[in-house]
Design a protein around this ligand. Structure first.
Ligand SMILES: [Zn+2]
Ligand SMILES: [Zn+2]
Length: 347
């Protein structure tokens, strides 16, 4: 396809430049996606804010749009030009140790393959994006492109919820009432759990209540451990999900796990090399499992697009604001503020 397109590049902390470049051409195994919407994730917010330094950076991995051009070798079932699609912008090499052991979510080569002289990053904050065919998933055309762009974060939470093996009647504690915490709340409720959300910000806590949380705990104003124990009849929770990046919450999380319970670190923590101290006999005496969840597999992404397309989950309440591409800087400013969940760029 000839012509030019615009993309938003973070060139320095809190500095975005909209650039005009030629529309890239595709190889036989690739698809050119005309981006309709791109949501801004925490990773990109950290780069924008200067916490993680990689410039120039063209972010955007929560992407939905339409298939504009399909390479001759692409054989994605049912995919035609013009179809609505969601993109799973995660490289799977299929050849490394992780891929061959069923952990494509942690492929050793997931971030390799960027072109010399080009900005780093997945590149979804642009009018067009080139991706390998296996990263493209057809979405229902009736699903709004904003919601379809959230298939990526939803798929990561699907993996997390599956790993936690939540069963009806379980008490589930979600630590952190941000966007990811709210997705965990919604999916845990679908699985029949009683959900307790812990969040220090009162506005976010109230929102968790509106979205179906059974119990709300403010860990700054209340004794977190005591309150969870009280709600769970002294036993603790079968599942504790950490959706907050503060390392010491791991200590709080294990303190409320029931016998045989599972604590999952969904978030990554800051700083990267943070450590915590835990009572080690917790594992022997109480058979508590401490684990985490990283990204998603193609199966999780498929499930995510399916439940969005079938409207069995409604993410509209979590879309806080939308901006046009030329206001990407304003969009990042809105995204890093505490009172937004997801901010989406509309092309
Ligand atoms: Zn994301
Ligand atoms: Zn791999």
């Amino acid at each position: 396809m000839s012509g030019t397109m615009r993309r938003a590049v973070v060139i320095a902390p809190r500095k975005v430049e909209v650039q005009e470049i030629p529309i890239p051409s595709i190889k036989p195994d690739e698809v050119l996606v005309r981006v309709g919407a791109c949501a801004i994730c925490t990773w990109e917010q950290r780069i924008y804010a200067g916490q993680t330094k990689m410039y120039p950076f063209v972010g955007g991995h929560e992407v939905a749009g339409t298939a504009a051009q399909i390479g001759s070798d692409v054989e994605v079932v049912g995919l035609d030009v013009g179809d609505s699609v969601a993109v799973s912008a995660l490289k799977i090499c299929g050849q490394c140790y992780a891929c061959r052991h069923g952990y494509t979510n942690m492929c050793d080569n997931m971030r390799s393959g960027y072109t010399e002289g080009q900005p780093m990053g997945p590149g979804g904050l642009a009018e067009y994006m080139v991706v390998p065919g296996y990263q493209v998933y057809e979405a229902d055309p009736a699903l709004s492109v904003e919601e379809a762009s959230l298939a990526e974060p939803l798929s990561c939470v699907i993996r997390s919820i599956k790993k936690a093996n939540i069963t009806p009647g379980d008490y589930v504690v979600v630590i952190g009432g941000g966007f990811m915490g709210m997705l965990h709340l919604m999916l845990a409720k679908q699985r029949g759990a009683v959900v307790i959300v812990s969040e220090p910000d009162s506005v976010r806590l109230e929102k968790a209540g509106q979205l179906g949380a059974d119990f709300l705990v403010n860990p700054v104003k209340e004794d977190f451990t005591g309150r969870v124990k009280e709600i769970t009849n002294g036993q603790g929770a079968e599942v504790v999900i950490i959706a907050a990046s503060v390392p010491r919450v791991v200590e709080n999380a294990v303190s409320v796990a029931a016998k045989g319970g599972l604590v999952s670190c969904y978030s990554s923590f800051h700083p990267k090399d943070a450590t915590v101290s835990l009572p080690v006999n917790l594992f022997h005496d109480r058979e508590v499992t401490l684990t985490g969840s990283m990204s998603r597999t193609p199966e999780d992404f498929w499930e995510s697009v399916a439940i969005l397309s079938q409207k069995s989950v409604d993410l509209k309440p979590l879309i806080s604001r939308t901006f046009p591409l030329e206001r990407t800087g304003d969009a990042f400013e809105a995204a890093i503020s505490l009172d937004t969940y997801r901010v989406i760029i509309m092309m």
